[in-house]
Design a protein. Sequence first.
Length: 477
Amino acid sequence: MPGRILIVDDNVTRRISLAARLSGAFYEIQVACTALEALELLDHWQPGMILIADELESMPTGRLLRRLRVDARAAEVTLLVVTAPGAHLGRSGLLTAGADDVIARNEPQEVFRARMRAQQRAREVMNTLKLRGNDLRLPGLSESRARFPGVARASFIAPDAATARDWRRAFEGLPGFRLEFLDMGELREGSGRAAPPGQPDRSGLLVLGLAPDNEGRGLRLLAEMTNRSDRLEQEILVLAPGASPYTQAQAYDIGAGAVMPGPFDAAEIAARMRLLQARLARRRALRRALAESLRASVTDPLTGLHNRRFALPRLAQISQAAAMRGEGFAVLVADLDHFKAVNDRYGHGTGDIVLQWVAQILRRNLRNEDVLARIGGEEFLAILPGVGPEAARQIAGGLCTRLREAPLELPELEAPLPLTISVGLTTGGAGRRCPEELIADADRALYAAKRAGRDQVVCHPPLTPPQPAIRRAEARG
């Protein structure tokens, strides 16, 4: 579906002119003659962007911006204000009121289109990171758009040392930012460095200055920064006074979040810095929420161990790696003995504590490289890379012993609660059996351990006892 754009302007000539500028870009366009008409339209039509005239008779533009920013229907909409040609005063106020960008009405078409593409890219990144659908909007996975407190790091890269000194005087002490000031001469060509080495957050917010004699180098630096693997961890504001439309469009298309070609305006620069920093902070919050939800999807919430969704694909990876290296590995399926009796006698709350205790004992007695997962109610899976049959049998027996020797003590229990596990063991490697067959063999061994009296280890297929060397010599003789 093409992008949807709503134009809000009470001047019919300006509406027609703006719609004509957008007509060749395959947008779906609606127009509203008043601010109230625009607000009513949101009830049944959801735009991706709203272009608002800076001089509305029906409602001051700043007030409309603030209303839209607190309106749930427009929470994810990009708000752009279109101003009169050459109007620079008041731009910082519009940005502070909630505009995502401010565009001159006579902006060259190539710059206008590039700016729109940049806004669309930013919107698409946010949409990609967001969890889609009402069922996935879980508590704790959404972040407020409005404010992200804390001090942010920002790097100014000026075209020369004199400009860097001027910028320091203008911005040092800017609330909410920890600033550093560099000039092009301090950067090695091709370094792509906007922060001193060793800083954990090498990206953050970058303010890059272009001058007529260094535009080429500045654009190369911009390209280096936007091509890095941590691209989503940065926002870039380009200050390019007097830059040609071609240079402005290039900067947008390379990856700048905003380009300022007009005269130096400290208030507007600060407002744009806060806007880009809020966008960056929200993107980071969405990435953290997404990462946390992905971790939660492969984690058992009760024990903190991995779950079946993680363990089975990981078993396939370990099996494939072992086959390539010609190594072995072991698969253990452990089941807590008489767990139903624990639940029936002491309740499910105590049963949960028992499962957590067993998980701790197992984890504490396995290596860091071993995989441990809870794959059923009281069933655990352990995968031991690089471990042969005899070593695996000893490890499994050790797990039985450790748990047997560590009964659970709880204040509500009269005596420590004895716990044991039964373990089914199988081994793989060198292409022998697929993961599903390994799990099936370990399950067969587990059932055999249960039938044999529990609290023991059974292997399937059975391990062949080593033959004494003297017998092998006699056989050869």
